[in-house]
Design a protein around this ligand. Structure first.
Ligand SMILES: C[S@@+](CC[C@H](N)C(=O)[O-])C[C@H]1O[C@@H](n2cnc3c(N)ncnc32)[C@H](O)[C@@H]1O
Length: 653
């Protein structure tokens, strides 16, 4: 006996009606085939190519040709009432705004060769967000408006983001020639978003210099740009960079589409960077939409940090992580996210990062260099790896590139490890890195215990290895972390940590209560302070976007100061946020001062600007403009005071 076959679900269902292409009729269930043949017989028409089958009516529809038109318009319709046998004929061909058809592939037979091509078009439109609120795009005009808002055009059966030459904005002129890696790429490398061996898609790559530099350094990078590299590949990569693209797009809807499209290519992470408000001179620029038309005819939108974060998070539906002002990363791979967050907080990583090989004395070239001389860069890489791990690496922890380089030099991985840790490099540094790594892990686990912290179902690869080595097992690590978290409830511990931080030159007291430090120094602070700040970050997610952070000596309260440009001698304060850890609540402070005085007190000892800043601060104190408690005039009054001095030919020294 033959097996009963159920008909394959064919056609596109819209509001109780089934749309199906004429070529797919044989695949319909027999009841539907029957209705259709009745309708055909009544309408006596041959030109239709799509049938719309409802309960009591069948419409025979003539759309533009499926093969040549990406989103065909309806030309004519014969609507047949099956009960009364009445036919209503409507001619849409001369109408300015006829209905159109999306998702053509759904109407075809399962084995129709065109299905794949049409489905790819649908995917493109979905990725660009063009099908959102689909009830609003059913007609030709609405669809054209949607494409236009996205800066997209349909060309040759594909959706292409329109080269903006069509508008007066000269987008292509925004691409610079770069000699070094752009800041987002450099930061991705620094924090391990870009790992050895991973692929990188530079979406909107401009002149393509980032791509060239990465490829010259053994990465697998490729780029596409609608103006400069229109034929560049557009395909998935581990990491996608959308560097300073959104800020040159004048159409808000197109920014969303561009962002979504870039995200669709990201297997592990997408980094988005934009121009940040406040650092540029916009005088003389014409206002255009929510940005400016520059004198060169380019568009620039300047974002606030929070605005950027909210924009990306709401468009992509994922949370983001700040690499620097104006540069944020969205992760698809939770393992990588965990690694990067951990690294950002990690002291061991900083030790590894700051390791410089001492310059070698120039010597007369030897006839045959020693093995160490031959593979010095590889040995440094192994040593750096050891420092970042706080232990001797296992051979399985070598990345593909390092393996390959060692194998090309015919040196075994074990031999490279032995040479790297033979005492030529300072082994006490490795001891320091080990202590730092253990502490990093404790902070990481302790923060995971704080209510509301992000939870990961699995530990990242490197953390799993560490747990074994530093704590024996996960339970023991958690127990140590619990104790640590508990300890910061003890006011004396936080107060002691504050004193240690001050004596290590990592910040200073604002008043009797609050210790202030530059947020970039966080990883160097004593564990208790790192933990307090980490807990505050759970409550206020963008806490580390602040330029300066204050911790109450008793540990229960954290304050974050966000500045317009923290590099200035007197940074303008944009906002101050308070975080109360006991009730896990944060709020914007009211009536906070708008200028941050005596910045030198809070800068870390190794900041190259510290000496000149401190001199400037002494000038302010000496003139009595600012009190020793750091209280000074509002920004506008300060500016007026400076101007009056300048007229007198003096500066506040
Ligand atoms: C300021 S440049 C940045 C180039 C490169 N990412 C860099 O950082 O050097 C902006 C680039 O965005 C490109 N662009 C403009 N509109 C775009 C869109 N809708 N999709 C992708 N790239 C776009 C421009 O062609 C230009 O090369």
């Amino acid at each position: 006996m033959g097996k009963a076959t159920s008909p394959i679900a064919i056609g596109k269902k819209v509001g109780g009606a089934l749309y199906v292409h004429r070529g797919a009729i044989p695949d319909l269930a027999s009841a539907e085939r029957k209705k259709l043949s009745v309708a055909e017989e009544i309408a006596q028409n041959e030109t239709w190519n799509v049938a719309k089958i409802a309960r009591d009516t069948v419409s025979l529809l003539e759309y533009e040709d499926f093969n040549t038109v990406a989103f065909p318009s309806l030309l004519q319709a014969w609507s047949v009432d099956l009960a009364t046998r009445r036919v209503v004929h409507t001619n849409y061909a001369l109408r300015a705004n006829p209905p159109i058809l999306h998702r053509k592939e759904l109407l075809l037979r399962i084995d129709d060769a065109r299905r794949e091509r049409f489905a790819a078009l649908t995917k493109q439109a979905e990725v660009l967000g063009l099908f959102e609120d689909s009830h609003k795009i059913g007609t030709k005009a609405a669809w054209a408006a949607r494409l236009d808002a996205a800066g997209a055009v349909v060309h040759d059966g594909q959706i292409v983001v329109e080269p903006a030459g069509a508008s007066s904005v000269q987008r292509h002129k925004t691409a610079l020639v770069r000699r070094d890696l752009s800041q987002p790429m450099a930061l991705m490398l620094r924090w391990g978003v870009i790992e050895d061996g991973c692929s990188i898609f530079d979406y909107g790559c401009g002149q393509g210099d980032d791509v060239s530099i990465l490829n010259a350094n053994a990465f697998k990078a490729f780029g596409w740009d609608p103006f400069h590299q229109p034929d560049g590949p557009q395909r998935e990569a581990d990491v996608v960079n959308l560097g300073f693209v959104l800020n040159v797009i004048e159409k808000p809807a197109e920014r969303v589409m561009t962002l979504k499209r870039a995200w669709s290519f990201a297997k592990k992470a997408l980094t988005v960077s934009v121009m940040i408000r406040g650092k540029q001179f916009v005088g003389g620029h014409q206002v255009l939409g929510d940005g400016f038309l520059t004198t060169r005819g380019t568009f620039q939108k300047y974002y606030g940090q929070e605005e950027l974060r909210q924009f990306v998070e709401s468009a992509l539906g994922v949370r983001t992580f700040t690499l620097a002002p104006g540069i944020i990363t969205a992760f698809r791979d939770p393992d990588l996210e965990q690694e990067v967050i951990y690294r950002r907080r990690s002291r061991a990583f900083r030790i590894a990062d700051s390791f410089q090989i001492p310059l070698r004395e120039p010597r007369a070239p030897r006839v045959k260099p020693s093995l160490r001389e031959r593979i010095e860069p590889e040995l440094v890489a192994v040593w750096r790896l050891a420092l970042s791990l706080g232990r001797i690496p296992g051979i399985e922890e070598f990345d593909a590139d390092l393996r390959q380089r060692l194998s090309a030099a015919r040196v075994s991985l074990q031999r490279a490890i032995d040479l790297a840790v033979d005492g030529t490099y300072d082994l006490t540094l490795l001891g320091e890195a080990a202590a730092a790594r253990r502490e990093d892990l404790l902070v990481h686990f302790a923060l995971g215990l704080f209510p509301g912290a992000a939870q990961y179902t699995t530990l990242s690869r490197s953390v799993q290895r560490d747990v074994k080595i530093f704590f024996r097992n996960y339970q023991m690590a958690l127990e140590a972390a619990r104790q640590l978290l508990f300890s910061v409830g003890d006011q004396r511990i936080v107060a002691d940590a504050t004193l240690t931080a001050i004596s290590s030159g990592l910040g200073g007291m604002v008043d009797e209560e609050f210790f202030r430090f530059a947020s970039t120094s966080l990883a160097q602070l004593p564990t208790a302070l790192r933990l307090v700040v980490g807990c505050a970050e759970v409550v206020k997610r963008d806490l580390l976007d602040a330029d300066f952070i204050d911790v109450d000596r008793r540990g229960g309260f954290v304050r974050a100061t966000y500045c317009e440009d923290a590099a200035r001698l007197v940074p303008r304060i944009v906002r101050v946020v308070n975080v109360d850890l006991k009730v896990q609540r944060s709020w914007a402070a009211k009536g906070a001062p708008d200028a941050l005085y005596l910045k030198g007190r809070y800068m870390p000892w190794d900041d190259p600007q510290k000496a000149s800043q401190t001199e400037f601060d002494s000038g302010l104190l000496g003139r009595g403009w600012v009190t020793p408690q750091g209280v000074g005039p509002r920004m506008t009054d300060l500016m007026a005071q400076i101007r009056s001095l300048e007229h007198g030919g003096q500066t506040p020294k």
